[in-house]
Design a protein around this ligand. Structure first.
Ligand code: AMP
Ligand code: MG
Length: 402
């Protein structure tokens, strides 16, 4: 279920999804203005160009639209300045001569008055941006379900919107579990490893436009896991744990999540590689994803299971990462094992306009370095794999390289 919509300041709305249609209360531009630096005139007065007109004033951007242009007169105007009454067109400065040929002096000086020679006629409306020609007052600017990008935020700012109704960012807690994990910089003792999953998962949450909440790491101990989860449930819309879900694990995560969810937690062995073990359940309305501990597995399960759910909570209607049928530039070897393999690969645009993929060396579930270099997961079905040159359905985690 999507989170309850909220009006958030524009400054916080990048990447959020609108919950309702948004209507402009102001027109953009708010008034007719000049698209160029030049001279505001009456088109009829320059129909017989070249003609000389007296320049009776200057309107810079930000100034009121005065003086008015009378018959046979011109007003110097700068880009974005309001069109003065009486004028119906602007001659661009490149089509004029502001130098006095006889004296060699500038005919329109800093005082802004003098004479201009218009070399070409202009049509009514030339170089004028009319009021509302970008956005009309009363117009629906964006429908519900719009993902707000930089341009959308600019449009909303241009019509005076300060807060925008969107599905808020999900606050997503990330908890690591395991007695072997170390947080600090101290040297590792035998049996210890550094906690990498938390850093990765917090970053994946942020990249999904959700708000990461660091829940630290819990030891393989029922009370520690229960305490960390309870604290997370109080302030998060969703929780990701890593570790402690595989077969043969010390069962602390399982025991606690079963208890907290009233026995509604599901423990799965998904027929994929990596990322086979997965747990999912809802605790008091908060979804909790029990991701596997192996670093690549936790990233892949985040991509396949957690990310689409989090995006759904934040109002996104797309299914997630884009899928393309890519060309395998190298063979994608595997052994039959009844599972779908997700090979970590580098995807590039080929000169044929298609995406080409190459598998990375290091396809085991602890090979985080290869995963870090991957921008694609190739879906290799059960069997002996694919020959070089084959088509392979590929999930793009980022844009293909050029
Ligand atoms: P588990 O699912 O707890 O059995 O963990 C599977 C593997 O992932 C083990 O080799 C763990 O040491 C490793 N692992 C678990 N949690 C983390 C973590 N936060 N960072 C790095 N490796 C981890
Ligand atoms: Mg563990």
């Amino acid at each position: 279920m999507p989170l309850r919509p909220l009006a958030v300041p524009l400054a916080d709305a990048l990447g959020c999804v609108t919950s309702v249609a948004l209507t402009a209360e102001e027109a953009v531009p708010p008034w007719a203005n000049s698209a160029v630096d030049g001279f505001a005139v009456r088109s009829a007065d320059v129909a017989a160009a070249p003609v000389s007109l007296p320049v009776i004033g200057t309107i810079p951007a930000g100034a009121p639209p005065e003086p008015a242009v009378g018959p046979g007169q011109a007003v110097r105007i700068l880009t974005g300045a309001p069109l003065p009454p009486g004028a119906d067109a602007v001659v661009m400065v490149e089509d004029t001569d502001v130098w006095d040929g006889r004296s060699g002096r500038e005919a329109v000086g800093s005082s802004g008055v003098g004479t201009v020679e218009v070399r070409k006629p202009v049509a009514v409306g030339a170089n004028v941006r009319s009021a509302g020609d970008d956005i009309a007052a009363g117009q629906t600017v964006f429908g519900p379900g719009t993902v707000l990008g930089p341009g959308h935020l600019g449009v909303l700012a241009s019509i005076g919107v300060r807060k925008v109704p969107v599905f808020p960012r999900a606050r997503v807690g990330v908890l690591s579990t395991g007695d072997e994990l170390v947080d600090g910089p101290e040297p590792l003792r035998p049996g210890q490893i550094r906690d990498s999953n938390r850093r990765t998962l917090l970053a994946l949450v942020a990249e999904a436009n959700a708000t990461p909440v660091d829940l630290g790491h819990a030891r393989d101990d029922e009370a520690a896991v229960r305490g960390a989860l309870r604290a997370g449930l109080e302030r998060c819309d969703a929780i990701l744990t890593s570790g402690g879900v595989s077969v043969g694990d010390f069962d602390f995560v399982k025991v606690v999540l079963d208890e907290l969810s009233g026995g509604s937690f599901t423990w799965m062995q998904v027929a994929i590689r990596p990322a086979k073990p997965l747990a999912f359940g809802v605790v008091d309305g908060t979804p909790v994803f029990g991701l596997p501990g192996n670093p690549v597995s936790s990233m892949v399960s985040f991509e396949l299971f957690a990310r689409p759910a989090l995006r759904h909570m934040m109002g996104h209607t797309d299914a997630g990462r884009p899928q393309v049928v890519a060309v395998a530039d190298e063979a994608l070897r595997r052994r039959p094992d009844g599972k779908l393999h997700l090979a970590r690969a580098v995807a590039r645009w080929g000169s044929d306009g298609r995406v080409h993929v190459r598998p990375l060396a290091g396809q085991a579930s602890h090979h985080l370095h290869a995963m870090a270099e991957a921008n694609a997961l190739c879906l290799v079905g059960d069997g002996d794999g694919l020959e070089a040159g084959s088509d392979v359905t590929t999930l793009l985690l980022a844009n293909p390289l050029p």
